[in-house]
Design a protein around this ligand. Structure first.
Ligand code: ZN
Length: 402
């Protein structure tokens, strides 16, 4: 028998479900009816050129028009949207005098729609909303329709917009910015290219892992973290091997949405803090950067007894480890499974392979320590710890392992 350590107290929480979740194959066809039920007359559809080509944008436009609504489309969303993207979207929204927004796409489309909504309804510039709860006036209703299973932005009140010049990412959080409805239609995710499936899927898994151990975790956020982890871990290999498996795609989509709800109630940790500077300076795709750092962060955090216990509980949700297993064995089993998933994703497994220069480590570590999410990590993580984490991530690992 292991000696029982007293349970750590849970963080306080204030949960108000803001987003109606509508799930099912084909449910995108309900977008017109649902928008009308929220009072829409003139709708701005915010999406990207790829989704126009895939035919998804036309599907949404037709559903809106069939419900008697006017629809205007902004289809120039770019990856990692900046203030310039928001301004362009805003000009279209103002010109068309819209009273409703629909974000269709990955996190970038939803972030652009949310960013546009802030300024359209509250004026000023994006940086005025950097932080929490800066909007004073009501915002337009938004329906979010994800076409990737990753960011969970459809369930979050944050818009992530980078400054056009400094490329500094501004997290603008406000409950009013959250989508009123998230339409989760697995059919829309079948068209994801393999690399997008891999990067967004690993990101969703990292969200489940990080939210399960933060300082802000609580019984409610854990409920979402565990279910998200079970859904994603159980289906990731399947969607990589069988991209048209609608059932497995649906599980990933739900898992990513639940992980988004977990973030909303628990925040993130050191893997996300370490990933952001890699994306900013070396253009490493978000999911790839987070995935690369995650096993190292899990090992680092597991030195903290409360985090070790939290990892054991997480690993027991999809039966990677048994609750009766020792904590250290459970953490090792969890790390082994994460590494296996990264190999299934076919991702580079060392920072060198991603083009990161070793001499940049001190700069990257300084920046990582200043990231907002670092403050929620279960173990105190300073710049010198990030140096060690980045060093560890330079060692080649991968296919030879397990
Ligand atoms: Zn992420």
């Amino acid at each position: 028998m292991q000696a029982e350590v007293p349970l750590p107290p849970f963080a306080a929480f204030d949960y108000h479900p803001r987003t109606q979740l509508v799930y099912g194959p084909g449910c995108v066809g309900r977008v017109g009816e649902l928008a009308r039920s929220l009072g829409a007359k003139r709708v701005l559809l915010v999406t990207d050129a790829g989704l126009v080509i895939a035919g998804h944008a036309a599907r949404v436009e037709h559903a809106l028009q069939a419900a008697g609504l006017d629809a205007v489309t902004y289809d120039r969303v770019r990856e990692n949207p900046t203030t310039r993207d928001v301004d362009q979207c805003l000009a279209v929204a103002r010109e068309a005098s819209v009273d409703f927004l629909v974000g269709l796409g990955g996190g970038s489309s939803m972030d652009t729609a949310k960013g546009c909504n802030f300024i359209l309804t509250n004026g000023g510039q994006m940086k005025d909303y950097w932080g929490v709860g800066k909007a004073t006036k009501p915002m337009l209703p938004l329906i979010a329709i994800p076409t990737t299973a990753g960011t969970g932005s459809e369930c979050q009140s944050a818009a992530l917009i980078a400054d056009e010049h400094s490329h500094l990412k501004m997290a603008c959080l406000d409950p009013k910015a959250a989508a009123r409805i998230a339409l989760l239609d697995p059919q829309l995710t079948l068209s994801q290219p393999p690399r997008v499936t891999a990067c967004t899927g690993i990101d969703a898994i990292a969200h489940a892992v990080e939210t399960a151990v933060t300082k802000k975790r609580n019984p409610l956020s854990l409920m979402f973290s565990y279910e998200a982890f079970k859904l994603c871990v159980g289906s990731f290999a399947r969607v990589m091997a069988h991209p048209l498996d609608e059932e497995a795609r649906g599980r990933m989509l739900l898992g990513a949405a639940f992980a988004g709800l977990a973030i909303e109630n628990s925040m993130l940790g050191a893997a996300h803090a370490a990933a952001n500077p890699l994306t900013a300076h070396f253009n490493v795709v978000h999911g790839q950067a987070v995935g690369l750092m995650l096993p190292h962060v899990v090992r680092f955090n597991a030195h903290e007894p409360a985090a070790r216990r939290a990892y054991r509980e997480l690993a027991s949700a999809p039966e990677i480890a048994c609750v009766s297993d020792g904590e250290s064995q459970a953490v090792e089993a969890l790390v082994a499974r994460l590494e296996k998933l990264l190999n299934v994703a076919g991702m580079p497994r060392s920072l060198a392979e991603c083009g990161v220069k070793r001499e940049w480590i001190p700069t990257l570590a300084e920046e990582a320590a200043k990231q907002w999410t670092a403050g929620f990590n279960p173990r105190r993580v300073a710049a010198e710890d990030f140096v060690k984490l980045y060093e560890a991530a330079f060692e080649p690992r991968g296919d030879g392992e397990r």
